[in-house]
Design a protein around this ligand. Structure first.
Ligand code: PBG
Length: 326
C-alpha cells in the first residue's frame, strides 16, 4: 500500500503535530449568573457546578478565572420578581444589578473583558424578550427599550454588548445609539442565528424567566422571534443583516446541534464567529456522565473541540473554567 493514513496516527507526538484544531484559553468567554445579594454563592439546580454569585464572592471567582487565564466573562442577572414588569423598566435602570456589577468588576479588574446580554427576558414579568402589545411581541417598541438598556450598560463600562433577543433591526439601532452617545469602542457581539431551541431550559431556571404561558394572552413560546430550528439559509440572511448593521462579531446559538450553521456562517463571512454552548448542552453532557455513559473530561473536550472544528473563533461555555482547571 502506498497510502496509509494510519501512519500519521501511530503515536501521540505525530498526532499532535498534524492536529488541525486546538482549544486555547484565549478562545473562551465564561457565562456567569449574578444575584443581588452580598456574598451569594448558590448552586443552580438544573446546572450542577454552576452558581449564582453576588458581591465579594463574584470578585473572588473572577480572580480565580483570571489566574486560570480566562479573561472574558458574560453576565446574566437574576432579577427579583418585584422588579419585573410588562415594560421591563428595570432593564435600563443605570443602577440595576448588571450595571452595578459591571462598575464593580471594571474598577477591580480593569483588564477583564465584560460582556453583557441585551434582551428583556430577565426583566419582563412574563419572561419574553420583548414588550407585548395586543398579544404579540412588538418589534419596534422592544428595540427602543433595548437601546436604552444598551446605553445604560455601555455607560457602566461594558466592553461587549450581546443582543440575544432576535428583534429585527436591533443591531443597527443599538449601534446608532452607541455612536450618538460617544461609545464608539463598545463592541456588539450579535446573536445572529439564535434558534427557538429546547436547549435553554436550565438557563431559564437559572434566571427564573420561564413564566410565559401563565395567561392566555401571552405567547407560549419564542417562535415568533427566535429562528426556526429547521432553517439554514435563513441564518445567512440574518448574518448579512447583522454585518450590514454594524455587528463586530456574529454568534450561533446553540452550538453542538448547529455545527452546520457555524460552518456555513464561518465560510460565508469574514468577521469573527462565536458559538454558544448553551445550558442544555452543559446539563445534558453532565447527565450522561452521571449515568455512566461517557467520561467527563473526554466528553467536555470533544464537545468543545467540535465547535472549534466547525469554525467557531470563540466559544461561550459553562465548561470554560473546568476545562482550564483540568
Ligand atoms: C436571553 C438569553 C437566553 C439565553 C441566553 N440569553 C434564553 C432564552 O433565549 O430564552 C440562553 C443561554 C443558555 O441556555 O445557556 N434572551
Amino acid at each position: 500500500m502506498l497510502i496509509r493514513p494510519r501512519r500519521l496516527r501511530q503515536a501521540r507526538a505525530i498526532r499532535d503535530l498534524v492536529q488541525e484544531n486546538n482549544l486555547s484559553v484565549n478562545d473562551f468567554i465564561y457565562p456567569m449568573f449574578i444575584k443581588d445579594e452580598q456574598n451569594a454563592y448558590e448552586e443552580i439546580q438544573s446546572m450542577p457546578g454552576i452558581h449564582r454569585f453576588g458581591g465579594e464572592r463574584l470578585l473572588y471567582e473572577v480572580e480565580e478565572l483570571l489566574a486560570l487565564g480566562i479573561k472574558s466573562i458574560v453576565l446574566f442577572p437574576l432579577t427579583s420578581s418585584e422588579l419585573k414588569n410588562s415594560q421591563a423598566i428595570e432593564s435600563y435602570n443605570a443602577n440595576n444589578l448588571t450595571c452595578r456589577t459591571i462598575r464593580a468588576l471594571k474598577k477591580r479588574f480593569p483588564e477583564l473583558l465584560v460582556m453583557t446580554d441585551i434582551a428583556l427576558d430577565p426583566y419582563t414579568d412574563h419572561g419574553h424578550d420583548g414588550i407585548i402589545v395586543d398579544g404579540k411581541i412588538a418589534n419596534d417598541e422592544t428595540v427602543k427599550v433595548l437601546c436604552k438598556m444598551a446605553l445604560a450598560q455601555a455607560e457602566a463600562g461594558a466592553d461587549i454588548l450581546g443582543p440575544s433577543d432576535m428583534m429585527d433591526g436591533r443591531v443597527k439601532a443599538i449601534r446608532q445609539t452607541l455612536e450618538a452617545e460617544g461609545h464608539n469602542d463598545v463592541m456588539i457581539l450579535s446573536y445572529t442565528a439564535k434558534y427557538a431551541s429546547s436547549l435553554y431550559g436550565p438557563f431559564r431556571d437559572a434566571v427564573k424567566s420561564a413564566n410565559y404561558g401563565i395567561d392566555e394572552s401571552i405567547p407560549r413560546d419564542k417562535k415568533t422571534y427566535q429562528m426556526n430550528i429547521a432553517n439554514s439559509d435563513e441564518a445567512l440572511r440574518e448574518m448579512q443583516h447583522d454585518i450590514d448593521e454594524g455587528a463586530d462579531i456574529l454568534m450561533i446559538k446553540p452550538a453542538g446541534w448547529y455545527l452546520d450553521i457555524i460552518s456555513r456562517i464561518k465560510t460565508s463571512s469574514n468577521i469573527p464567529v462565536a458559538a454558544y454552548q448553551v445550558s442544555g448542552e452543559y446539563s445534558m453532557i453532565l447527565a450522561a456522565v452521571k449515568a455512566g455513559l461517557m467520561k467527563r473530561e473526554q466528553a467536555i473536550y470533544e464537545s468543545l473541540l467540535s465547535i472549534k472544528r466547525a469554525g467557531a473563533d470563540l466559544i461561550l461555555s459553562y465548561f470554560a473554567k473546568e476545562l482550564f482547571s483540568m
